[in-house]
Design a protein around this ligand. Structure first.
Ligand SMILES: C[S@@+](CC[C@H](N)C(=O)[O-])C[C@H]1O[C@@H](n2cnc3c(N)ncnc32)[C@H](O)[C@@H]1O
Length: 232
C-alpha cells in the first residue's frame, strides 16, 4: 500500500493509544518503513511507550505495507509513569510535575501494562512481534541487552521526556544501532531535558551527528554514524 495511505490508516487506528501528534506518527512510520526498505539490520524499539500507540504504529504500518511483520518492536516502559524531573529538565518540566490537574498531566504519564498487552493482542500482534517489557529502563535494558545486541536496533524511538532516562537510553542503546540506523528523539523540541541529554551525549562522544526536525518541530531524529572512538 502507498505510504500516505498507510500513514493515514495507521494514525487513525492508534489514536486512542498515543499522545504523539499525527505529524510525529507520520514521521515515525516513514522512518520505520525507510529502515526496512533500506535493508537495515535490527529490530525496532521504543523506550517510553505509555499506551503503546507509536509502537503499534510501527507494527501496523508493516502489516499494511508488506502483509506481515518484518521487524518486531521492543516496547519498554515502567508502566509506573515518569520518574521525577530534576533541574536539568528545566522550569517547564518542574511545572508539569507540580500541576497534577493539567489536561496534559495524564496521571504522570502512567499506563497500565495489562491494558497495553491486551491492546497488542487485540491488534493481532504476537508476543514476539510486540515485545512488551515492563520495568524501569535501568533494570529492563540490562536484562535484555544480550538479545538486543544480537539483533541490533534499526530504529530506536526515544520517548521518555526527562534528562536522566533519555541520557541512559542514548548511552546504553545507541551502540546497538547500526551505522545509518535511526534514533528518534520524540521530546527534543518539547522538553529541555531531552535536548540537553542529546547534546551532552553527542558532545561527550565527540559526535557531529545532525539533528533532523520533523514537520513543524513535532519531534526530531538523528542518523547513527560511526563513533570517532569507543562510546562513553
Ligand atoms: C510521554 S510518555 C510516552 C508516550 C508514548 N510514546 C506515546 O506514543 O504516546 C513517556 C513514557 O516514558 C516512560 N518512562 C520515562 N522514564 C522511564 C524509565 N526510566 N524507565 C521506564 N519508563 C520510563 C513513562 O512511564 C511514560 O509512559
Amino acid at each position: 500500500m502507498d505510504l500516505d495511505k498507510v500513514a493515514a490508516s495507521v494514525i487513525d487506528a492508534v489514536r486512542p493509544y498515543t499522545m504523539a501528534s499525527p505529524a510525529n506518527l507520520a514521521a515515525t512510520i516513514r522512518l520505520a518503513v525507510e529502515a526496512i526498505e533500506a535493508g537495515r539490520d535490527g529490530d525496532f524499539a521504543e523506550c517510553g511507550t505509555w499506551r503503546g500507540g507509536a509502537s503499534f504504529a510501527m507494527l501496523l504500518a508493516q502489516r499494511l505495507r508488506y502483509g506481515r511483520i518484518v521487524k518486531p518492536v521492543w516496547m519498554f516502559d515502567s508502566f509506573q509513569g515518569l520518574p521525577p524531573p530534576d533541574e536539568r529538565d528545566g522550569p517547564l518540566a518542574l511545572k508539569y510535575r507540580r500541576e497534577t490537574g493539567a489536561p496534559d498531566y495524564y496521571n504522570n504519564c502512567t499506563a497500565s501494562h495489562a491494558e497495553v498487552a491486551t491492546a497488542a493482542r487485540d491488534f493481532g500482534f504476537t508476543a514476539g512481534e510486540a515485545i512488551v517489557v515492563p520495568g524501569w529502563f535501568e533494570q529492563s535494558l540490562p536484562a535484555h541487552k544480550d538479545a538486543l545486541a544480537a539483533r541490533g536496533l534499526a530504529v530506536l524511538r526515544i520517548d521518555c521526556d526527562w534528562y536522566e532516562p533519555v541520557a541512559y537510553v542514548l548511552r546504553e542503546l545507541t551502540p546497538l544501532v547500526p551505522d545509518e540506523g535511526t534514533i528518534i528523539l520524540d521530546d527534543y523540541y518539547a522538553w529541555d531535558g531531552c535536548a540537553r541529554a542529546t547534546h551532552d551525549f553527542l558532545a561527550r562522544n565527540g559526535l557531529t551527528w545532525r539533528i533532523r526536525s520533523m514537520e513543524k518541530f513535532h519531534g526530531a531524529w538523528m542518523i547513527k554514524r560511526p563513533y570517532r572512538s569507543g562510546p562513553v
